[in-house]
Design a protein around this ligand. Structure first.
Ligand code: CA
Length: 229
């Protein structure tokens, strides 16, 4: 399903709180849909494909933890920011265990809520669409015309090699997991062999590294993925 860039869902059974959340997020430029129960939230998520769900824990029927686990099990990758009325670590731990990206205690400062939503989205979608050239240790990647230079000389990359390098560079030193890279290259619903990613990394290294057997640009993060750092 297409992910709409700015569509969020607020799940809260208390109308006043729901309205408050909706209005601060709306003012920050998001399209905000509302659900007053977990069941309704799951239905909306399935048909609307939000990028993030603000999810209250205390809901009639299915509670927020269960909604969170169900959303995670569905494999869709929207962000989840949980809300609870209770101070204390127990809900927080359970919320994060259930797969929430972040957590806030009510009553909250509306501006902080917006900041948290943005932070979750930045973590989930680190690939900004800026067309500024990306520079890294003698490499120059020009997103707009899809060209790559090493020490001033153009390196010819296939579209997938280019996307791989571009993803790693845009992560600005953050290690990307194998899963994240595979999703970025082949799409979320790809079920291909993870080995394929290694093949692409090897080919890319052969083109951009001085010594591909001792890579200086693309590092292997053992048991996790790769990083340009
Ligand atoms: Ca509630």
């Amino acid at each position: 399903m297409e992910m709409f860039k700015n569509k969020l869902i607020v799940v809260e059974d208390d109308p006043a709180t729901r309205l408050l959340i909706r209005s601060v997020l709306f003012k920050s430029g998001y399209q905000v849909l509302e659900a007053n129960s977990g069941e309704q939230a799951l239905e909306l998520c399935a048909c609307e494909g939000p990028i993030l769900v603000v999810l209250d824990i205390g809901l009639p029927g299915m509670d927020g933890f269960e909604v969170c686990r169900t959303l995670r099990a569905s494999g869709r990758r929207q962000g989840i920011l949980m809300l609870t009325a209770k101070e204390g670590d127990q809900d927080k731990v359970e919320g994060l265990d259930a797969g929430a990206d972040d957590y806030m205690v009510k009553p909250f400062n509306p501006r902080e809520l917006v900041a948290r939503v943005k932070a979750v989205l930045r973590r989930l979608h680190p690939l900004n669409s800026s067309n500024e050239p990306l520079l890294f240790k003698g490499l120059r990647l020009e997103p707009e015309n899809r060209r790559v230079f090493r020490d001033g000389l153009e390196v010819r990359l296939t579209p997938r090699e280019f996307n791989l390098l571009s993803n790693l560079l845009k992560a600005s030193g953050r290690a990307m997991s194998r899963e994240e890279l595979t999703d970025a290259l082949w799409g979320i619903n790809h079920f291909g062999s993870p080995k394929l990613l290694d093949v692409y990394v090897r080919r890319l290294r052969e083109k951009i590294e001085t010594d591909p057997s001792a890579p200086q640009l693309i590092q292997t993060v053992w048991g996790y993925g790769y990083a340009c750092r």
